[in-house]
Ligand binder design. Sequence first.
Ligand code: GTR
Length: 360
Amino acid sequence: MEKRLVPPLMEGTLSREGWEQGRRAELLRLLGSEVYGITPKDFEVQFTVTDESEALQGKALRRLVQAQVSGPYGTFTFPFVAFFPKGEGMHPAIIFINNREKHHTDPDRKQPSGFWPVEEMVARGYAAAAFHTWDVDTDCDDGFQNGIERIFEADAASRPDDAWGALGAWAFAASRICDWLLLQPQVDAQHIAVVGHSRGGKTALWCAAQDERIYSAYSSCSGCSGAAVTRGKKGERVAQIVRNFPYWFCKNYRRYAGREEEMPFEQHMLLALCAPRPLYIGSATEDEWADPESEFLSARLAGEAYALYHLQGVAAESMPAPEMPVQAGQIGYHLRTGKHDLTPYDWGLYMDFLDQKIGR
Ligand code: GTR
């Protein structure tokens, strides 16, 4: 495996006690205060099901839901959709963070989408929920005037340097959908996963790192500030991401532009926070901006945390060839030929991985 100088998961000897009784929480705080911002804890959430109907040619039950979140400075409501396979029994569920056009997660499925192939998911026995990022926080630099952040702040103009950004807000929304799924009798509460692509993939990882009720996360092509190790990374760097998307992060993260070596954290730590839960990383050969090698390296390095639980991380020492998924360990990885995307092929592999880990 390629060697890069990255900070260790723990100073001294990494032990399960040291990890669980201090270091894990410390890393979570560090990634919060330096990268994604601190997630507010002072809120209440209420759900209203506005429609319940048969969908997907009678193969699913569809619910449209409004989540109303109340914070210290107001309320904010966002919609999401959930499809449940028809029939008896409890189903594992997958929450999807839709960062692309809204039609991909259109509840009426007017046009099929490979980005969110819900028909296939339901056919494989998964409940599938999704929200659109813009419904939670606009994916543009609007000074935090319109997104869910405003219900937590007296004044959007004077935000602290560790105040959360859009990635944090989207991760929060995915956790609220998890709250609701846990209340649904059709859902197997032990097996709720979160999936996102690119900025959505960064979000999925941050969500699973913070929310231990999430059984598994799949990060597709998440690259910089997602799965990829930052030190020595090709393609996108901190300087570019904070210039182009400052509102995704807390202000503190800007300090590391061009100074990645000084970061007291690394992205494999984000992955390690998911241990011992099944984690999945996907890359694409032509996605140089995200840098597949740095994504793979990070997945490998996170294996150290899994070893504390006597679990294997990625079951491959070197980058696998395209279309040769590595799924035996607790961290799955695959490289797909092609562009920066999330495709039915990727989804199929992730569901294979989940089926195997859940033992279905
Ligand atoms: C890019 C950004 C990446 C990635 C991507 C996406 O422009 O530089 O970090 O998140 O957007 O979300 O598709």
